[in-house]
Design a protein around this ligand. Structure first.
Ligand code: HXC
Length: 516
């Protein structure tokens, strides 16, 4: 073949791959409000940075109508590129080719980029839009998922793994996102479920729409699976880029520090008005976080799930930090099963990737009652204790108001090895709230009093003066400093400057057994 012919041949083959399932299917994809696999990569990656790998791979299946069936790229686009100049590996499933279904070659393309990402030490971002295991390829398709799940597990804690759901993600396919670190979804067009509405109807005789069963709304508020949801593909991908800005490329790197654009010792006077003096009054803890963070900027994760605990990333002194904060603006900031899952998983992610954790405490304790007890608050609540205890990254704790009972211990107390425990003068640290405590200890005395209500009031005042303040804890050294709220940002910046080089080792073991 002459060189011109061979080049023409190469171009024709490449063009066919880029065309995916063809114009009609691309139009159908757009008609559903979805971008194509390549358009998504264009938005995710820096312009012109995408390098494709395995573009010419395709299936070798012959059964069930597959013999000679064209499947450009085998329904997935794979390769690498950059986000803000930093290397990432990517795969993007192409629904226009066999519904983005996963067969042997499709899976091999994905596992090849997973292997490279792990070897090189760079984040992996997978964009899912797929009908799941390719039915025509039988066990080869199932094997493909198994190979992906194995690699997800091996890569866990080594490189960040982000999944973006932008179409169906059904059946066992949901477990790759679940094994990774962060899941993003797009409103109205993305779905995750183990079995779809048709199977639910057949097995359980229940009528449910795909949206009700596993749409973005369900996963951002009920299951907590979706860390963020965008209104369309473009917004979702923009949020993924934003998240990557906080993360190191791998577990051996420090997180990316940016030049400081805020004053390192800016006074945080606004905390005087954000935090109510009345301990019974709620407030939005995100305002406290923003007051303290560089440029008042906070990238919240799972904002609509377990809202009594707020988590996310911010910067302090240009350094990424993970924030965990009880939110008295929702259910008084109580700790329950969902907050335990939300908080502990996030602390473990930060710990795996060298991101310091700042914890804001204002919680009346663990949630009482049969619902939580019977659903396993004991084993779920244990996760928070476990996650903080095993964390070796710099840990700073700010006790804003209430730190009662088990929740005082669990929320990164000195006893679980927080490096710095600060308390605001409004902090209350005690075994339980004043009223409950007096009614337990002085039950008989109150019952026998001439005016029981008056007696309770007196006892509550005495209890508050004795326990519901930070000074007993400070006198024991469990609180390092009681600080004026206006100095909080400066104190935390200083903490990071001093503790940034912290190195701590856990006892030698294969791995612990985390409560689940
Ligand atoms: C092969 C598939 C496919 C699949 C879709 N297609 N899913 N081909 N294997 N799993 C093909 C369709 O035949 C069709 O091809 C094209 O993709 C587009 O699909 P449509 O159905 O026309 O699209 P739409 O109406 O948008 O519906 C999309 C869908 C539906 C909701 C995803 O296709 C569907 O329900 N698919 C099956 C989903 C599922 O149950 N997956 C679980 C598989 S089991 P043509 O040529 O007609 O355009 C699994 C287990 C993994 O994944 C185990 C891991 C542990």
């Amino acid at each position: 073949m002459a060189i011109d012919d061979s080049l023409r041949d190469l171009r024709a083959r490449t063009d066919a791959v880029v065309a995916g399932g063809g114009e009609a299917r691309v139009q159908a994809q757009h008609g559903k409000g979805k971008l194509t696999a390549r358009e998504r990569l264009d938005l995710l990656l820096d312009p012109g940075s995408f390098h494709e790998l395995g573009a010419l791979m395709t299936h070798r299946a012959v059964d069930f109508g597959m013999n000679g069936k064209e499947a450009p790229g085998d329904g997935v686009v794979t390769g690498y590129g950059t986000v803000d100049g930093r290397l990432v590996f990517v795969f993007s499933q192409d629904f226009t080719v066999l519904g983005g279904s996963l067969g042997e070659a499709h899976a091999a393309k994905i596992t090849a980029v997973m292997d490279r990402a792990l070897k090189v030490g760079a984040p992996l971002i997978g964009i899912n839009d797929s009908g799941g295991a390719r039915i025509q390829e039988g066990v080869d398709a199932l094997k493909g998922y198994g190979e992906i799940f194995y690699r997800n597990t091996m890569a866990s804690g080594v490189i960040p793994q982000i999944t973006v759901i932008m179409g169906p993600c059904a059946g066992g396919a949901v477990y790759s996102p679940a094994l990774g670190d962060f899941i993003f979804m797009t409103e109205r067009t993305s779905f995750m479920f183990i079995t779809g509405p048709q199977v639910v109807k057949t097995v359980l005789s229940q009528d449910v729409s795909a949206e009700e069963l596993g749409g973005a709304g369900v996963h951002q508020s009920r299951t907590g699976l979706a860390h963020r949801v965008g209104q369309d593909d473009a917004e979702t991908l923009h949020m993924v880029r934003e998240l990557l800005g906080f993360l190191p490329a791998n577990n051996l790197e420090d997180p990316p520090v940016r030049p400081l654009t805020d004053s390192h010792d800016r006074e945080t006077h606004d905390l005087y008005s954000i935090i109510p003096q009345d301990p019974a009054k709620g407030y939005d803890v995100a305002e406290v976080i923003r007051a303290v963070a560089d440029d008042r900027s906070f990238f919240e994760l799972q904002p609509n799930f377990a809202r009594n605990l707020v988590i996310g990333f911010a910067r302090l002194d240009g350094m990424p930090v993970g924030i965990v904060a009880n939110n008295p603006g929702h259910l008084s900031g109580v700790l329950d099963i969902d907050t335990s899952d939300k908080g502990s998983r996030f602390v473990r992610f930060c710990d795996a990737f060298n991101i310091p954790v700042i914890t804001f405490v204002d919680t009346p304790g663990y949630m009482p009652g049969t619902d939580q007890e019977h659903a396993g608050i004991i084993r779920h609540g244990a996760k928070i204790l476990y996650a903080y205890s095993e964390a070796t990254v710099p840990l700073a704790t700010v006790i804003v108001r209430k730190a009662y009972g088990g929740a005082y211990i669990a929320m990164a107390s000195k006893h679980l090895r927080s490096d710095l425990v600060l308390a605001l003068p409004t902090a209350e640290i005690a075994v339980m709230g004043p009223k409950g405590a007096c009614e337990v200890v002085f039950r008989r005395e109150i019952a026998g009093a001439e005016d029981p209500e008056q007696r309770v009031e007196e006892l509550v005042k005495d209890y508050r003066d004795t326990f519901a303040n930070p000074y007993m804890a400070a006198s024991r050294g469990y609180v390092d400093e009681v600080v004026d709220p206006k100095n909080l940002r400066a104190e935390l910046v200083n903490f990071l400057r001093v503790h940034g080089s912290k190195r701590e080792k856990l006892p030698n073991k294969k791995h612990g057994v985390m409560p689940t």
